[in-house]
Design a protein around this ligand. Structure first.
Ligand SMILES: *[C@@H]1O[C@H](CO)[C@@H](O)[C@H](O)[C@H]1NC(C)=O
Ligand SMILES: *[C@@H]1O[C@H](CO)[C@@H](O)[C@H](O)[C@H]1NC(C)=O
Ligand SMILES: *[C@@H]1O[C@H](CO)[C@@H](O)[C@H](O)[C@H]1NC(C)=O
Ligand SMILES: *[C@@H]1O[C@H](CO)[C@@H](O)[C@H](O)[C@H]1NC(C)=O
Length: 399
């Protein structure tokens, strides 16, 4: 990775030494970064992304959002937990970091730029809506699920906890048990095939998305004001994303699951009636629909650098326009990013952390999990025979 970065860095140094000394640049806004599913805040790959942001705008303070100071717990919290609690905790933690405070705000508010990868993108948006005293200039999300997911991804071959969790969600997505415990279930958003509207169970039972998207009858004026207060909301979708179903969720579009027909955000009721302040933001030129080349989270330094340059930096300094023809220029992954991204797909939890999570449960919790994940849906006829794998990766027919 360092070898790969060396040539551009050297040419940059050569260039800057030939230029007249610039006046000291104004301080860039702090940057908060929220990682994706299966990732952890202290991962090397994530930090190399933060380092790149510092290279593009020297002096940037980078805060890596975590739900726990222990990296392993932070990672397992990307699969399991209640997002209401997680967002509240993150909000409180941000307020304890003096480096995030806006020096010009007598009320001690926080003012930042924000970068979200995959599910971290919609969590940052929810955080902005819910966290009093937090304000954002640019919110940039890559491959996020702003309009939810219509399907859960298949699990890795050895992930029997992952398979259990998926089965659990399929049979019982709207129970309090699942909504309180399984993170992706809280942004699961299936449509009624006849009406094309979200299912009633979603509107009633969703612990996260139906609320932060202001889809319920009673809408939060506060959420709307927060979104409209952004200067820029940048939604980047990966051209060849097959992990997020549908990938246009990253642009807040609605997709007919049968025909694949996409209704862009600007044609949706939520935009026309401006439930969430997105139209107001768009009308002042602050909404950007971007495309990044490659599959889910196949990010290159070039793409990131281009986004950082355009949307981050000191207040009033970053360019106000979008990127040329809506496309962030492509490039190749560096090794660190490959390491970072390989686990980041919906429910494709690696065998090790799945096993570690299972090992951390008490006997009673395991039995409860089996009951909820396997036996209950099976009794209701909702579950096809489930193949699972034991600790030694030997296949076991459970049912
Ligand atoms: C999630 O946590 C919040 C806050 O503690 C709680 O009010 C809510 O009922 C929980 N959600 C579920 C589905 O249990
Ligand atoms: C879809 O909506 C129609 C019309 O409201 C309703 O009759 C039907 O039961 C719904 N289907 C599902 C699967 O919820
Ligand atoms: C979705 O597409 C199918 C197939 O073209 C069509 O029959 C159905 O009416 C569409 N649903 C909605 C809500 O538009
Ligand atoms: C909406 O809010 C009003 C006033 O707070 C309340 O009376 C009403 O029951 C709410 N409606 C729903 C569907 O939650």
């Amino acid at each position: 990775m360092h070898l790969l970065n060396l040539p551009p860095l050297l040419s940059l140094l050569a260039l800057t030494s030939a230029l007249p000394r610039p006046t000291p640049a104004p301080t860039p806004l702090p940057l908060i970064i929220w990682h994706g599913l299966g990732d952890r805040y202290d991962a090397d790959g994530l930090h190399s992304t933060g380092d790149l942001a510092k290279k593009v705008h020297p002096g940037t303070y980078v805060y890596y959002i975590r739900t726990d100071d222990d990296g392993n717990t932070d990672r397992s919290n990307t699969f399991f937990g209640n997002l209401t609690t997680q967002l509240d905790d993150v909000c409180e933690a941000l307020k304890l970091d003096a480096k995030l405070l806006d020096p010009s705000d007598p009320d001690g508010g926080i003012r930042v730029d924000a970068l979200g990868f995959s599910q971290g993108g919609q969590f940052l948006r929810g955080l902005l809506e819910r966290c009093d005293g937090l304000s954002m200039r640019s919110l940039v999300t890559f491959g996020s699920q702003h309009n939810g997911i219509a399907e859960f991804q298949t699990c890795g071959r050895f992930d029997f906890v992952c398979k259990g969790a998926t089965a659990l969600v399929k049979g019982n997505a709207w129970t309090e048990y699942v909504q309180n415990k399984v993170v992706p279930a809280q942004y699961y958003r299936p449509l009624n095939a006849t009406t094309g509207m979200p299912k009633e169970e979603y509107l009633e039972g969703s612990n996260f998305l139906a609320d932060v998207n202001n889809e319920r009858v009673n809408k939060s004026e506060g959420y709307k004001r927060k979104i409209a207060s952004l200067e820029r909301f940048v939604m980047a979708v990966f051209e060849e994303d097959v992990t997020v179903v549908p990938r246009e969720s990253g642009w807040f579009a609605e997709v007919n699951a049968t025909s694949g027909e996409v209704t862009p955000l600007r044609e949706r009721q939520m935009y026309k009636e401006d439930w969430l302040g997105l139209r107001e933001l768009d009308e002042k030129g602050g909404l950007f629909f971007e495309t990044a080349p490659g599959k889910h989270m196949e990010l290159s330094d070039e793409v990131l650098r281009s986004a950082f340059k355009t949307y981050f930096g000191a207040e009033g300094e970053a360019s106000s326009g979008g990127l040329l023809d809506g496309t962030i220029a492509g490039g190749r992954l560096n090794n660190d990013q490959q390491m970072l991204m390989q686990d980041d797909h919906v429910f494709g939890c690696g065998a090790d952390e799945a096993q570690a999570w299972w090992d951390s449960l008490t006997w009673l919790e395991r039995r409860q999990f089996e009951w909820e994940a396997v036996w209950k849906p099976w009794l209701r006829g909702e579950l096809a025979p489930l193949r699972v794998y034991d600790k030694d990766h030997k296949k076991v027919d459970l049912l």
